[in-house]
Design a protein around this ligand. Sequence first.
Ligand code: AP5
Length: 215
Amino acid sequence: MRIVLLGAPGSGKGTQSQLLLKAFLIPQISTGDLLREAVAKRTELGLKAKSAMDLGKLVDDETVLGMIRERLSRPDAAAGFILDGFPRNIPQAEALQTMLCALGRPLQAVVLLNLDLGILFKRLSGRRICEKCGRVFNIYTAAPAALAHCDECGPEHKLIQRPDDKEEVIAKRLDVYEAQTKPLVAYYTAAGLLRVVDADADVNAVFNNIQKAIA
Ligand code: AP5
């Protein structure tokens, strides 16, 4: 299976990718996660990307495409992949198409997780992440037993907020989505690949609807 999960920040791409990778045993390729890893390791790429990420802007296409090209060439991606947060604009989508055609492995579906702006804002501002295992919580919708820490890793590991989940940055990210990423809806509709899923439901219901959409 070779799919893209498309959707605004906070629409549930990361959450659903985790369920899909367990169900289909194919890798989740998240450009956001790859970039955050580079930032944490303070690599040259990470230091370059950080300023754009902190402001809620897109990282430049050349950097992101280089990362994706390398990731798709690894053996585990041969059996399929879930692209999470990529592509993010029309040039990235065109470059992806060229890359996958050259590999003889075109996309099979693009799933749009559809959600109202007000809910997106709440999901992002309420998101908390375990600093140890990376498990994602939400103080509004999926609170851990004790809000101060991950209920699996224990009290010595805090739940942290992503720097770009601060309210002022969320607003910028949502603007960037409208201006640069939303045109992909028309692009993938024209390509006959788009499947729209209502993301305003509980996590398992959304997952069932994604499975139906890609069946
Ligand atoms: P990235 O990490 O890709 O962030 P994003 O697209 O903004 O998406 P999020 O990770 O914020 O949200 P999500 O849709 O995965 O939602 P989640 O499942 O966590 O990108 C970060 C930055 O990196 C970008 O701003 C940019 O700078 C850069 N970047 C990344 N890719 C790039 C690219 N291709 N080109 C250029 N720059 C790039 O859920 C959110 C919350 O909601 C969680 O708390 C979760 O528990 C909760 N939740 C999820 N589903 C449900 C549900 N069904 N019901 C209730 N709560 C739910």
